[in-house]
Design a protein around this ligand. Structure first.
Ligand code: GAR
Length: 200
């Protein structure tokens, strides 16, 4: 079975959706580890309540990015991790790290990539005035919010939507989309061909 590590820095609602899908048997995998860089993050409490082991790795405790990532790799190897699932982990992984886990790192982004990359995607899309936005799950490569797209879900922005209601809609979409993409990965149904991902 696939051993999964979730990387998170924030609330951890995607982590909870993944925990739920694993518990229900929708994803046949072990959720073996949470890697978190923020001690106060909601994700830490959610992992604790679900009995998921947590590795708290604070960037400021390390001299450089390499030492920080080496510590993370130590945890990943200790738990024999096969798949890394980034769920609101607000740090860019170095090219060396990405290369090491190439084809085995997923990320979720709250917009329809390649539109609205970055850390304020929902607000950026709302303020731009687009009529449709959504969520994207993609493989991670060395550029931010850039790697091959696995699944996307569109969310329509209605005239009466506020930024808050749009955030709720997108998070709801994410909580369905991410477990589905992880399931496909764990069942060996994702075939990477250059920039394109075939769902078998
Ligand atoms: C999610 O909306 C995710 O798409 C976003 O962080 C949020 C984490 O929420 N990620 C990015 O913006 C990455 N560029 P959560 O902690 O409740 O799962």
């Amino acid at each position: 079975m696939t051993n999964i590590a979730v990387f998170a820095s924030g609330r951890g609602t995607n982590l909870s959706a993944i925990i739920k899908a694993v518990k229900k048997g929708k994803i046949q995998a072990n959720l073996s580890l949470l890697v978190c860089d923020q001690p106060g993050a909601g994700a830490v409490g959610r992992a604790k309540r679900a009995g998921v082991k947590t590795a708290l790795v604070k960037r400021q405790d390390f001299h450089g990015k390499k030492e920080f990532e080496d510590k993370i790799i130590e945890y990943l190897e200790e738990s024999k991790i096969d798949l890394i699932v980034m769920a609101g982990f607000m740090r860019i992984l170095s090219p060396g790290f990405v290369e090491k886990y190439s084809g085995r790192i997923l990320n979720i982004h709250p917009a329809l990539l390649p539109a609205f990359k970055g850390s304020h995607a929902i607000k950026d899309a709302f303020e731009y005035g687009v009529k449709v936005t959504g969520a994207t799950v993609h493989f991670v490569d060395e550029k931010m919010d850039h790697g091959p797209i696995i699944l996307q879900k569109a969310v329509v922005i209605e005239g009466n939507d506020s930024l808050g209601s749009l955030e709720n809609k997108i998070h709801k979409a994410e909580h369905r989309l991410y477990p589905e993409a992880i399931r496909l990965f764990c069942e060996g149904k994702l075939k990477l061909e250059g920039r394109s991902v075939k769902v078998l």
